[in-house]
Design a protein around this ligand. Sequence first.
Ligand SMILES: Cc1ncc(COP(=O)(O)O)c(C=O)c1O
Length: 407
Amino acid sequence: MSQSRSRPLPNDQDASGRMLGCEEQEAVLAALASGTLTSTKGSFVKQFEEAFAQQLGVAHAFACTSGTAAVHVALAALNFNPGGEVVTTSITDMGALTPMLALGLIPVFADVDPHTLNVTADRIRSAVSPRTCAILVTHLFGDPCEMEPILDLAEELNLPVIEDSCQAFGARYQDRLVGTFGRVGCFSLQQGKHITTGEGGIVVTDDAQLARRLFLHINKAWGYGDANPDHYFLALNYRMNELTGAVALAQLGKLKRSVEQRMERAQQLHQALADVPGLGLPMPLPGHHHSYWRYCLDVDEQEIPGGTNALADWLRDRGIACAPRYIQKPAFCCEVFQKQRTFGESRYPFTLAHADAVDYAEEKFVGTYEALNRVLVLPWNECLSAEDVEYIADAIQAGVKHLREES
Ligand SMILES: Cc1ncc(COP(=O)(O)O)c(C=O)c1O
């Protein structure tokens, strides 16, 4: 196959890979024309929140400025004491972790299943201690975690579950949308997500008391609408503005299509690659509806010489901007954890942590290292055509053949 292609693959970092069109343009112009750009007075963010809650089937949804803000607000609303440990995953975005440190909480990393790259109930159990105050799971790449045993464990230990669904709009577990299982669900509207406003986030809950605290944590804890409003506690301003809310509302109307397109193209790629030796495909487990934020291959280096890096080089030479090893290293290998760089020279809140909680010994994370060594993340978005996927499939098949023959 030829190395060049007349049309580059659609890219979610620009218009080619995003469903941004006249609906968003009209909505932004309407927000601008209204002259009201703050959501405390305008109607776009409120409409978006109501529509999102309805689509997800939850009682309350609040927009905020990013997925990181959503996680921050979720944890803040649960009001833990500093030093509390949050058991979470070693393969995730830093935006799911730094809010913990900002709140004086200690992320404690559970290992992941090397095949799904998600945490599991057993692995979470191994990371729990008497100081654990919450479990935060990430539905990585759009593939739901195995929620039933995780919820059973949380109930047994009386711990709240927070679902990081930033990569998992439209994903379902046992026919229920992710983000609706935990006490709080968090979503991101960042540039590359299923729907986007460039930056943005959403928190959801069914719990009315928690909803009140989520709202306050987005609004400097100012009691809007109360008889005697005050700033009731420490909280920041994480409000989404009306221009963003207008785009979010228009994008929400396209979410179903975005998810369907991604799933349909994923099916096509599953079929095309089914017989390629040495490649594991992201086929969902029974009861899982993967919404394919990304399509990840599991590359067996024994079968495909050079493994994920060699195959990635081959694909990049053919215009397929893939990412071997996803985040490259487990989250706890980043400097913020290794050097405990937080507030000035204080190292707070690591100074509150038990030694076990910050012991990142490699042998505790066998699944994590195995997963990162094998994973190859393909670019995926709702604008890929059947022909684009055929091109990607042909390139992968040719790459595997070449690497096997060359060795
Ligand atoms: C799993 C996960 N959690 C949290 C975040 C943070 O979201 P944001 O970038 O919108 O702050 C992201 C992504 O960007 C993510 O992928």
